[in-house]
Design a protein around this ligand. Structure first.
Ligand code: BGP
Length: 481
């Protein structure tokens, strides 16, 4: 793997493409998630579960404005304009996802949809033409709905087989254009939002544990297939880094943070070290949970670990033995005890650049694998001024502080290979379905109610990031101590 540092951004098909039923695409789990703009930022309980009734009602509901991912920002049709805008900042890498239900509308097909193959080949060729290396996520919360409804998603090993068939089709269709691959976006998120993450609606009978085992095993299997089919291609793991600090020095609070952080790194442990960690096996045994491990699964995990570790980082939180004693705050599809020493975003996410440095050092020390930050950004309300400007200095401040933290971690010895901001262009929020929770360097004229021209407007942060990349795309960046 080259030691070049990549600058760029990250986005996901289900949050930008729209065209939810175009060119043979099947309905995905993302297409039936209603927007939740009324969601309280301090309580995500109502956020991460969805009932079968809600899903079935959505399947026949033609009020597409309730389901903002169906139209997204129409990137499916406007991708050439959007890619040119992103390349205008000097991106050397762009992380995108392939919509699984475009390639395999129900997940059961034996061959991919040729229109989907043609579309994504065109996208990846355009990225190369513009000097951007693709990093491709195979599953970013957009699996075919039919697999969820028929099998309860990854709880059933049949869906693991369908995923492996889909991944192999992607490698053969795009292997000449894509070298950097990721299996599952935030593979740990099955415990936070099982339906979007793994297509699981019925969570009884340890379905989440079975689903995770199938996703982890599938990750190792597609790593094996990738290495056998595309020389020098790389498969990374992508996990959510959600670090917790103890709310007080009370050893019981310290223990709660240790348990949280150990759980947060479970998937990285399995896919970077090749086996379930001992504390997790103890937890399963104590709770009488038996994983559906088949002969060969553990050998797959052991022999086909990830080539690199990538992760999303937005915020940190606190934990306590008695959380009810303290104010709670929101986070990325999680809520925790508020940290009184840190500021918050408008959505309650606690802003902690030093937490990113600490996480990078922890991850490098633990795994000694190349690290990529593949999501970091600030969701905020943006205002377009009379003269059509967006003065998002608050976003520049957030990003600059986190890039500085990354540079400090690199100077301390962490092997960091890329920084991809989420999201380079405004898109539909994964957690709430809002357009008003904006992350982009490029503003998109679309409101939460679906109104707007879809016009793209570079923000002040576009110019800042373009200049920062130009100044820091030099050999030897980021500097070691
Ligand atoms: C991560 C997802 C991204 C993105 C990000 C921001 O968990 O991987 O898809 O959505 O969260 O979250 P939100 O869009 O809810 O602000």
């Amino acid at each position: 793997m080259e030691d070049k540092f990549f600058w760029g951004g990250a986005m996901a098909a289900n949050q930008v493409e729209g065209a939810w039923q175009s060119d043979g695409k099947g309905i995905s789990v993302a297409d039936v998630i209603p927007a939740k703009p009324q969601l309280s930022v301090t309580d995500y309980k109502g956020h991460t579960t969805i009932s079968s009734d809600t899903v079935r009602a959505a399947m026949t509901d033609r009020n597409d404005r309730l389901y903002p991912r169906r139209d997204g920002i129409d990137h499916y049709h406007r991708y050439k304009e959007d890619l040119a805008l992103l390349a205008g900042m000097g991106f050397s890498m762009l992380r995108v996802s392939i919509a699984w239900s475009r390639m395999f509308p129900t997940g059961a097909e034996r061959e991919p949809n040729p229109k989907a193959v043609a579309h994504y080949r065109s996208v990846f060729m355009e990225m190369h033409r513009l000097g951007m290396e693709p990093m491709v996520t195979l599953s970013h919360y957009e699996m075919p709905l039919a697999l969820a409804l028929t099998y309860n998603g990854f709880a059933n090993r049949t869906v693991m087989d369908a995923f492996v068939r889909y991944a192999a089709a992607c490698f053969s269709s795009f292997g000449d254009l894509v070298r950097y691959w990721l299996g599952f976006n935030e593979i740990d998120s099955i415990f936070r939002h099982p339906f979007t993450s793994a297509g699981i609606l019925q969570t009884e009978n340890n379905a989440l544990y079975a689903g995770l085992h199938h996703q982890l095993t599938a990750s190792a299997l597609v790593t094996k297939i990738l290495h056998e089919s595309i020389p020098n291609a790389k498969m990374g793991v992508m996990t959510t880094i959600l670090p917790a600090y103890p709310r007080t020095p009370d050893p019981r609070d310290v223990e709660s943070a240790l348990v949280h952080n150990s759980h947060n790194l479970l998937c990285a442990d399995v896919l970077c070290r090749g086996k379930y960690p001992p504390l997790w096996r103890e937890h399963l045994a104590r709770d009488g949970i038996t994983l559906p491990v088949l002969d060969g699964d553990e050998a797959l995990l052991q022999e086909h670990t990830a080539d690199y570790l990538s992760f999303s980082y937005y915020m940190s939180l606190c934990t306590a033995a008695e959380p009810e004693k303290y104010a709670s705050t929101a986070g990325n599809t999680i809520f925790g005890v508020e940290n009184p020493t840190l500021p918050k975003s408008e959505w309650g996410w606690q802003i902690d650049p030093l937490g990113l440095k600490l996480s990078l050092l922890t991850l490098y020390e633990r795994y000694e694998k190349p690290l990529y930050i593949v999501e970091n950004g600030l969701g905020a309300h943006d205002t377009v001024t009379e003269d059509g400007k967006i003065h998002d200095f608050y976003r520049v401040n957030y990003l600059e502080a986190h890039i500085r933290a990354m540079e400090e971690a690199a100077a301390a010895g962490a092997d960091i290979r890329g920084y991809l901001a989420w999201a380079p262009i405004d898109c539909v929020s994964a957690g709430t379905g809002q357009m008003s929770k904006r992350y982009g360097f490029v503003y998109v004229d679309r409101a939460d109610n679906g109104s707007g021209s879809l016009r793209r407007i570079p923000k002040d942060s576009y110019l800042w990031y373009r200049d920062y990349i130009a100044l820091h795309s030099v050999p030897g960046y980021p500097p070691k101590s």
